[in-house]
Design a protein around this ligand. Structure first.
Ligand SMILES: [Zn+2]
Length: 367
């Protein structure tokens, strides 16, 4: 559950994007992509995905949901361009033994959304490609829409432009008599209040009641969201099917949060392991930071919990010297054009990113 956009070496804006794409096409024509691939051949490419479009989720959170046909195109690219796809466990083991194939590629999919099972599994199976699935287990147990995502979705989907939320009985919303759900500033703060209240002050039944009341007020039909499992996670049986298909099930915390204190982190990982290890049938030692949020203090905590590798949402390739408990990934989104994806996979984007960072560092030192 992370909406982090791809942070490339360039900024945003359409003109900048057009210049960027032109530069990349020229670089590729000059053979610089192939050169970058050779220079970065020992680095592992860890691709990151979240959910896959089943209905209108892609319009709700474009950076989180891949259209299945675009994902299929990415898989075809990997096959045509000879990027060997391994699970993270296998890639790490082979890297340790010094026998990883050049340009080893890992497909990681975060959270365990139902759409991963419904949309991504068939596409990967067809091509005999494995994936590593980081699963957060609380809502896998509950089989209801993920509360925080559902609150945000209801606001996005609401056709009303004026709603009274003061009747919800949520502290902080006593004066919310006339809220415009489409107003990005004020609505975002209210969404945050509702999420914090649901997560910190309600039990599961209370959260479900709150979602139902909110859906009524916002004039959104919650039934299709529940029935089509648009914002729900896989069931243990579906996860077992993916594990049996050769997918690498790994850790993502039980409640999608990683406290910095040892006791809190241990509890999150122990609860997550207790749900997932019986399904995976092996000890789980690979981890993905919820929302990609990590602090240097986490490294010691994770080491203490027996975690061998942890992935972030920071952009980059994984070199042999990269800290294993803070591994960057390639954050693939529908906004990434084919040439940008190619630049990432060939290592050209990362070399450029590292060059820009190095120049910035020098400039900083000289200033
Ligand atoms: Zn997540």
């Amino acid at each position: 559950m992370n909406a982090a956009a791809t942070a490339g070496p360039w900024g945003r804006g359409e003109a900048v994007q057009a210049v960027k794409r032109t530069v990349l096409h020229v670089a590729r024509a000059l053979g610089l992509f192939r050169l970058a691939r050779w220079i970065t051949r020992d680095a592992t490419r860890v691709l990151c995905y979240h959910g896959f479009n089943m209905a209108d989720e892609g319009r709700f959170r474009p950076s989180m949901y891949m259209p299945p046909e675009l994902f299929a195109g990415r898989l075809e690219f990997l096959r045509r361009h000879g990027f060997p796809v391994l699970t993270l466990s296998e890639a790490e083991a082979r890297t340790r033994e010094g026998v990883a194939p050049p340009c080893t590629t890992v497909i990681t999919i975060d959270d365990g959304w139902y759409s991963t099972y419904a949309e991504a599994l068939p596409l990967l199976r067809e091509r005999e490609m494995p994936a590593t699935l980081y699963v957060t287990s609380y809502y896998m147990d509950k089989q209801t829409p993920v509360y925080g995502m559902c609150v945000a979705y209801l606001f996005w989907k609401s056709p009303t432009r004026r709603v009274d939320l003061s009747t919800l009985g949520v502290p902080g919303l006593e004066q919310a008599h006339a809220v415009d759900p489409a107003d990005s500033g004020s609505a975002a703060a209210i969404v945050d209040t509702l999420i914090a209240h649901g997560e910190n002050a309600c039990d599961q039944a209370g959260r479900e009641r709150l979602l139902a009341a909110l859906a009524r007020l916002l004039d959104v039909d919650l039934d299709p969201v529940v029935e089509r499992r648009l914002l729900s996670l896989v069931t243990p049986a579906e996860l077992a099917e993916m594990s049996a298909a050769g997918w690498d099930v790994q850790l993502h915390t039980h409640r999608h949060r990683l406290p910095v204190d040892m006791a809190g982190a241990e509890r999150e990982l122990a609860d997550n392991r207790a749900r997932l290890e019986p399904i995976a049938g092996k000890p789980l030692t690979h981890f993905c930071y919820p929302s990609g949020d990590w602090l240097p203090a986490h490294l010691e905590v994770l080491r203490g919990c027996g975690i061998e590798s942890a992935t972030t949402c920071d952009p980059g390739l994984v070199y042999r010297a990269t800290e294993r408990l803070a591994m960057p990934r390639i954050m693939d989104t529908p906004n990434m054009s084919v040439i940008e994806f190619e630049a990432e996979m060939y290592g050209f984007a990362d070399l450029l990113r590292r060059t820009v960072a190095l120049l910035g560092l020098r400039r900083g030192r000289n200033a």
